[in-house]
Design a binder for this molecule. Structure first.
Ligand SMILES: CC(C)(COP(=O)(O)OP(=O)(O)OC[C@H]1O[C@@H](n2cnc3c(N)ncnc32)[C@H](O)[C@@H]1OP(=O)(O)O)[C@@H](O)C(=O)NCCC(=O)NCCS
Length: 192
């Protein structure tokens, strides 16, 4: 079971655009439930300025990947969603399919917190790496992934100044592929 998030207090100089983080006791993360779908679709639509398309996040994802999808709340209000799952083809990989943070709450460390919980969840399932993708024009999503420790995988192509997997999502739909290796969970040493 996921408990309340312990936010790490901001230290050092704040980067341009970043904002003070929320009070740790006001933020929590929980697993999704299939019944969360209407609320999630409504929120994500609002956070993306009415650009949410169900094809990007169909209800089936919450019906079948609720256990590995996370909802971030601040003062009991949903402010972030992450939909992910463990690969059935490569069990060592966990994949983040969708992420969205409330537009009003960005640059406060919430995305980092949400991903951190997913890394823990993936590690607890035995996964050793987390994969994700982004459009090469999504500069903020690319900057975010890099900042939290993802590497860009060489997909063989190049577009908009970054390595891509050409035609990944169909003709002309190039994607940046990200990978983050998870820290190995220490094996307990036996005494005696
Ligand atoms: C990308 C996203 C998840 C980041 O969430 P967030 O809560 O704002 O991220 P954080 O505050 O945890 O940022 C962590 C670091 O990532 C980097 N980062 C985040 N947003 C950035 C931006 N817009 N520009 C540059 N760097 C950014 C920064 O280095 C930041 O640290 P800092 O604020 O101390 O400088 C959020 O902007 C979002 O939901 N965007 C829309 C994503 C999307 O298109 N989803 C649909 C397809 S999956």
């Amino acid at each position: 079971m996921l408990n309340a998030v312990q936010m790490v207090p901001a230290t050092g100089r704040m980067r341009p655009g970043s904002r003070p983080g929320p009070h740790p006791e006001r933020v929590s993360v929980r697993r999704m439930q299939p019944d969360d779908y209407p609320m999630v679709a409504e929120r994500v639509d609002a956070w993306s300025g009415g650009r949410f398309l169900g094809v990007a996040l169909p209800r089936s994802f919450l019906q079948h990947f609720a256990d590995t999808s996370l909802l971030l709340l601040e003062d009991t209000q949903p402010v972030g969603v992450l939909v992910g799952f463990r690969s059935q083809t490569s069990a060592e990989i966990a994949y983040i399919h969708y992420v969205s943070i409330s537009r009003a709450c960005r640059r406060r460390g919430l995305g980092r917190t949400l991903f951190s919980h997913f890394f823990d969840l993936a590690g607890s399932m035995g996964c050793t790496e987390v994969h994700s993708i982004a459009s090469p024009v999504s500069s903020s999503l690319i900057a975010f992934h890099r900042q939290i420790g993802f590497e860009v995988v060489d997909g063989g192509g190049f577009a908009h100044g970054i390595a891509v997997f050409a035609d990944y999502a169909g003709p002309g739909q190039h994607r940046v592929l990200f990978r983050k290796r998870l820290a190995a969970v220490p094996t307990p040493t036996l005494a005696g």
